[in-house]
Ligand binder design. Sequence first.
Ligand code: F6P
Length: 327
Amino acid sequence: MENKVTRIGVLTSGGDSPGMNAAIRAVVRTGLYHGLDVFGIYRGYSGMVEDEIQPMDSRSVANIIQRGGTILKTARSKEFTTPEGRKIAYENLRKRGINGLVIIGGDGSFRGAQIFSNEFDIPCIGIPGTIDKDMAGTDFTIGFDTAVNTAVRAIDKIRDTADAHDRLFVVEVMGRDAGYIALHSGIATGAENILIPETKTDFKEILAGLSEKEKRRKLVNLIVVAEGDEIGGGNEVGRLIKEKMPHADVRVCILGHIQRGGSPTCLDRLIASRMGYHAVECLMNGKYNVMVGIVNNRMHYLPLDSAVKAKEKFNKDWLRIVKILAS
Ligand code: F6P
């Protein structure tokens, strides 16, 4: 990678997350500031293969910092996983002289970027964008804060109606195989139990806790379940509780894709702007094939090939806090 980066492409890939637009805006405007030509690649890697690539100027990213979703659209591309697909994608970049890429997405998108960069000598920079927050090498991923705040607002509303009817509510939140959204939103809404994939769920203990609460007439209970919990998500947890406690008034609510949409929070706009700016700075300074993260409020650069899903051990204190505070 001897050549100076002069023309860059930016794309969003995988599931969208609120704040991706703020990151696109930062990449485009920082690129233009440095005199680069900037291209938007539509629908993630699919657009690279299918030649959906458009030049961008400062106005193309006006009025988007506050918008959820992604103006570049996103997709999970099958073609790009094949050498033939990547070759076509490369030809589409080459004919425009694009010699640097910024990829906003998750670990799967970064793996694709690393392979592509090895094959065609195009420097790639990753920006972590996922509501799941399951990335190593960064304290934040773009979209998590918005998603978790959406979940908190929704669960607060559920608690109102649960309280009015003395009901037990099981609320399922997203996160794929990570429990961050469940843990954060569950603690913030005072959930009685939080079920996450990172810890083994002791169902007997949950039932014993519910029976004990029932004895002291504490009938309003909120159980927040991560969709990836090994018991099998909200519906299954609700079914099992009904089976073991047939007299309990149980309802299940799956929050679903509402968590992916909406206007990004201040935090998500801020980290997206910082990461977008630093991603272009990396390309300008020859710091290639890294993921731009933030650790302890400082920029942190992780080689793309180590930018994998976080297999983080949860701080045991957090789960202890849930038990003590939800008594
Ligand atoms: O990775 C983000 C995410 O929203 C996960 O939390 C969820 O499991 C998944 O994407 C849903 O994917 P889709 O939108 O393809 O149904």
